[in-house]
Ligand binder design. Structure first.
Ligand code: SAH
Length: 230
């Protein structure tokens, strides 16, 4: 009888044991309704979006909004991108486990965390010092393959170049030439291009094996502006 009771209790609490951080259900729903429903299908990307606790990358007061279908403010006039955009940008660079990826615009650290779930090494640069410092602390606690630098990302990260892929999460007026330079042959860069008050386009930049560069506009977007250090 005792054993039977114990067994029933175990059965009762088992589903809850898997709800480790209390947000799994919201996260799974986010992936299903916002991301898969809009056509993202890369398994590694979907798994990463299911794994990373997005609520830990938003300000405490925003936690209950963390899995909503929109960007959220993270302070200093910056935002964490909408979950779908993060997934879309991750899938489009075709991330592989042996890849080295550069991100410009660490912000909350969320996109870097999603990438860190999939690729070998993530190098990420943030221009706003307090944001970079905060993201570095969170990312270092979770991952040993993420490297955060506080600097103007326009110049890329020469010492670790070339990169298999580059993800830029702030809208530049034009594609910074140093970033194209630091992309591997066969590599992909995703970058929003356009001025802050006009329509911006998410552009896919491909460096082909023969060194040829092609660009393709994928969709209209709205990102915070790419800032320059004086
Ligand atoms: N990837 C982030 C999105 C943050 S918004 C996330 O997942 O939360 C874009 C970020 O780019 C902002 O934090 C902004 O400060 C930063 N940024 C803007 N211009 C930059 C530059 N030249 N170099 C590095 N970071 C820059």
């Amino acid at each position: 009888m005792k054993i039977f009771c114990l067994f029933s209790i175990l059965l009762l609490i088992m589903p809850h044991l898997s709800l480790a951080d209390g947000f799994e259900r919201e996260r799974n729903q986010m992936v299903r309704t916002q991301i898969q429903a809009r056509g993202v299908s890369d398994k590694a990307t979907l798994d990463a979006m299911r794994n990373v606790p997005r609520h830990l990358y938003v300000p405490f007061a925003q936690r209950r909004n963390a899995y909503q279908d929109r960007p959220l403010p993270i302070g200093y006039g910056q935002t964490i991108s909408q979950p779908y955009i993060v997934a879309y940008m991750t899938e489009i660079i075709q991330p592989r486990p042996d890849h080295k990826v550069l991100e410009i615009g660490t912000g909350s650290g969320y996109q870097a965390a999603v990438l860190a779930e999939i690729v070998d090494q993530v190098y990420t640069i943030e221009i706003v010092r307090p944001l970079g410092a905060q993201a570095r602390e969170k990312l270092n606690a979770q991952y040993n393959n993420v490297h955060v630098k506080i600097a103007d990302g326009y110049h890329g990260w020469e010492e670790h170049a070339p990169f298999d892929a580059i993800v830029v999460t702030a809208a530049a007026e034009y594609i910074p030439p140093p970033l194209v330079e630091q992309l591997k042959a066969g590599g992909r860069m995703i970058i929003p291009v356009g001025s802050p008050f006009q329509m911006q386009h998410l552009m896919l930049v491909e460096k082909h094996e023969d060194g040829r560069i092609t660009t393709r506009s994928l969709m209209p977007v709205r990102f915070v502006p790419f800032e320059r250090a004086d």
